[in-house]
Design a protein around this ligand. Sequence first.
Ligand SMILES: [Zn+2]
Length: 157
Amino acid sequence: MTESGSTDQECRACGLIDGSQALPGGTILRTPTWVVEHCVGPLGAGTLVVKPVRHVVHVADLTVAEADELGPLLRRVSAAVTATMDPEQVYVCLWSHAGAVPGHIHFVVQPALKDDLARHGAYGPALQTAMFDAGVLPDEKAVADVCDRLRVALGAD
Ligand SMILES: [Zn+2]
């Protein structure tokens, strides 16, 4: 163990980082302290997750180095999502409270697409709720394709 709390055996987010859990599309980008992956939930192809490599449960617990990287990285990832998906808006949010239990923080970077707004008749948090209620996971080929395009947009290929 290199730092306290660097991994958590029970944590799915850590498992996706260390490869012990399958990650459709693979790691998209890894910086010194953050990792970018495709979302494994039902928020559509092109929705990414930005999370610290270290098992961090509260934003307030980020190190200075982690915090320094965060703003520029969210901007960079949002720009790549915009360039790749041509959305109406890009939502960037963090809930990290599965089952009302605080978990490994992860910023969701989601393209809000016209088709999704029309299909669900919702936007903002209501769109995410509707997509979770529908529970439709994007197919793995679509995820793999969009991850390849996002790597190019990020200059990470
Ligand atoms: Zn974790």
